[in-house]
Design a protein around this ligand. Structure first.
Ligand SMILES: C[S@@+](CC[C@H](N)C(=O)[O-])C[C@H]1O[C@@H](n2cnc3c(N)ncnc32)[C@H](O)[C@@H]1O
Length: 198
């Protein structure tokens, strides 16, 4: 489908992510300073995914939708040669700053995932994307074609996502229950980050 069809939705989503990236780079949940202070720190997301992906040492990895770069940095610390792609300028700024401070070499590129192959013009041993990625994309077919074009013959594509149903739940009063509070088929998008006690 032509990119222009979703231009308004993508622009609104991007504006939202520009604001969030700035916020997340400062939020204690992501704890960016800890990655600088602890040269061996690996993000929780990557700790989980590495059990499945295995040893990435010396492999070329494309990290799609890297957000503020904590996972990209973690893969670089595990020995991958990482290129990150995200459409948010603020994400790029935050991720570059993080890796500069942490002394890691990661290449970050700004762009829409649907144009990944056009922008990067190369292929990778691993194309990786994880946690909170698919729900923002308006055209899953264009995304899948772009991803496929970026995987080197014999390479791997790895994705881990959460079902959007999870976002309808909140903790109950005493933290022992999950309560379904939001309507699953809402018309409105998410407009902010929800941090509870972090
Ligand atoms: C929930 S975050 C990914 C979070 C990441 N797994 C983490 O834990 O930090 C989603 C990311 O997707 C990016 N994004 C959304 N739509 C995109 C698109 N069409 N092209 C490129 N990046 C996109 C946003 O800028 C944001 O950084």
């Amino acid at each position: 489908m032509p990119e222009e069809i979703f231009a308004a939705e993508v622009a609104a989503n991007q504006a939202n992510w520009e604001a969030r990236a700035m916020l997340h780079a400062k939020f204690s949940f992501y704890n960016v300073d800890r990655y600088v202070a602890e040269p061996e720190l690996i993000s929780g997301v990557v700790e989980w995914d590495r059990r499945i992906l295995g040893d990435v040492k010396g492999l070329d990895m494309l990290h799609l939708q890297f957000h503020i770069g904590t996972d990209s940095l973690s893969w670089a610390r595990l020995g991958a040669r990482v290129t990150g792609l995200d459409f948010s300028r603020e994400s790029l700024r935050a991720a570059e700053e993080l890796c500069r401070r942490a002394g890691a070499e990661v290449t970050f590129v700004q762009g829409d995932v649907r144009r990944a192959h056009q922008l990067l013009k190369r292929q990778f041993d691993i194309v990786y994307t994880s946690v909170g990625v698919l729900c923002w994309l308006p055209d899953i077919y264009a995304w899948a074609e772009a991803v496929a074009a970026c995987v080197r013959p014999g390479g791997r594509f790895y994705i881990r996502g959460g079902h959007p149903l999870i976002s309808t739940f909140e903790y109950g009063r005493d933290d022992t229950l999950l309560v379904c509070r939001s309507h699953y088929f809402t018309d409105g998008g998410w407009t902010g980050s929800y941090f509870r006690g972090w």
